[in-house]
Design a binder for this molecule. Sequence first.
Ligand SMILES: [Zn+2]
Length: 386
Amino acid sequence: MQFKDVLVSQKLKEQLLSQVHEHRISHAQFFLAQPGSHAFALAVALAQYLCCEHPSDTDSCGTCPSCIQFSKLSHPDLHIYFPNCTTKTIKKDPDSIQLAQEFKDYVIENQYHIDMQDWLTVLQGENKQPSINIRDCSHIINQNSMRSYMGGYKTYILWSVDRLHHAAAPKLLKTLEEPDGKSLFILISEKPDQILSTILSRTQLVKIPKLTDEELQTALQEAIPEMDAATARDITAIADGDYNKALQIYRNNAEQRDMIDTFDAMMTSIVAFAHQRPAGEINYAHVQELFGDIVSQGREKQKAFVNIILRMLRNLLMQNAGANALVKVTDQESGILSTFRDLNLKHITKMTEECNKAMYHIGRNGNTAIILTDLYFKMAGCLADK
Ligand SMILES: [Zn+2]
């Protein structure tokens, strides 16, 4: 991770760089992060800069052997600790070292935009209380007593240090106060009130502010080139400087739009099929293709899809009954609904009943491919009645 790719203000980067240039780098720093800020990336960028073989005044080179190792988070003098718990593969005595590869993969896959809730999902530890535990602290202390592998700085990043187990924390105090040799400890957290004051008092505070709306909007458009300016502006307005939240809103929107598109394709196909009866041929492959994406996802997504059909049918009912003031849809949805003006109230009511039955069966763990295919033909059947 180079400074140029870290999403924080230029001023903050310069502040850290000047510490390095003036040889007054504090050996224990507390990065007080705002939710969704790029604090972990900043910590790695600083460590990488300190170890780079050809740094410029403003950044690491990105190409020397040390930088290459940093890009994989595999530099031998970079030590990362994070909340951990037992998992499917680690049944007993978990620690950060055993889960290191999972964590590194998670960080790199998400371009360093990491979040405790997401990490819990990766760990599949939603109902657990992951912590940086006493074994982690022992590793840190032992490790710190050894020499650096490459002769330069040893960096210890403790991510989400608010989850440092309180019984384990006192073990670290001496190391934080008098670390061995050229050591840099970077403690990261969004929740300073949950950290022991004895730990905080041994660190220098670095505040990582949230992104301004302008910075967030630019970052979103760079990360997702297909996002248009209007969408980026809308999302930025809601996300409050939190990059992770912005991304979540975007993904949910995209998923929603995909499902609406599937609804459109399904209804168009149902109407066409109903009109060609009884001569029409039943094309099962086509119907299965329609629902392929939905079926491949989890049950919650399938329920969400049927809920979208129900919501669209309700709006269609209002539209076709002339109650336009009660139609609550986006522009995209309104365009779709207008193509189904011919459906009468009886058709729509019957279709709604079929959707409710499908929802019931999905909830009872029925085979979704069969349930949705069946729903398709039942809905087409509803149109057969005059
Ligand atoms: Zn380098």
